[in-house]
Design a protein around this ligand. Sequence first.
Ligand SMILES: [Zn+2]
Length: 294
Amino acid sequence: MPELPEVETVLRGLSKRALGRQIVAVEVLHTGIIAGDAEDFIQRVAGRTAVEVRRKGKVLAMEMAAANTPDSSYLIFRLGMTGQVTIQPVDTPLELHTHVRMLFRGGKEELRFRDVRRFGRLRCLRREEFEALFESLGPDAQRVTEAEFLGAMRGRRGAIKSWLLNQQGVSGLGNIYADEALFEAGIHPLAQPDRVSPASARRLHRAVQKVLKRAVNLQGTTFRDYIDIEGRPGNYIQRLRVYQKTGQPCPRCETPVRRIIIAGRSSHFCPRCQRRPRHVAKMRGLRTPGYKRS
Ligand SMILES: [Zn+2]
């Protein structure tokens, strides 16, 4: 599922290939993929020129300017689980599950949105709506300062893994990079944010940024569906250390990696490098049958 590094890779692709270009026609093949009215979406996008691409967390926004009005509109991409944004020659055969096509001026290339699972969404917002959307998200995980990060953890109960995923404390992390960052920082996924020591919290802040930076440099992680704007997969998969490595030796201490379910999502961790803090033993209802006390 696309997380910050994958979305950042798409952003860089759009910056290179879409900025300064006018979209002259829009076709929506599956209206369910548009948040709001599809007719309205087409009206608001067609004829406009892409002038800027921005990202906060996993949400991507392309600012679209029009010649006849000073008001920009904002094309919002949410990639969901399997969303793909590509720019292709118009005569490339349409792949199954392509839901939206946007033709660029000149008639040779188009932007396509494809999404097998259909959890992704496109929408077009006015400036105020766009600003409200970005403000509703926690600080971007790649840009969040240490003070903001530590401040956001304060008073937070529950599992730190869930906190990393909820997009309020920080935005941009999903299951892959949350597991990798917790491993990097040596923090158990069930640790409670407000009980983590300041030193560990600072280590986690550094780990989040280190893991994300490396992943962005390798164009993200592809398990199955994620591709960049040119259709290429990401290369970070070889660098994963615990994510989906259940039973395999920890790269640091060789203890088998464990998997537990936290709030319905898998968490992968090394039980030796990421010791369970004492306060976690008191938490109930989070342990699964496969999770033995150590
Ligand atoms: Zn280990």
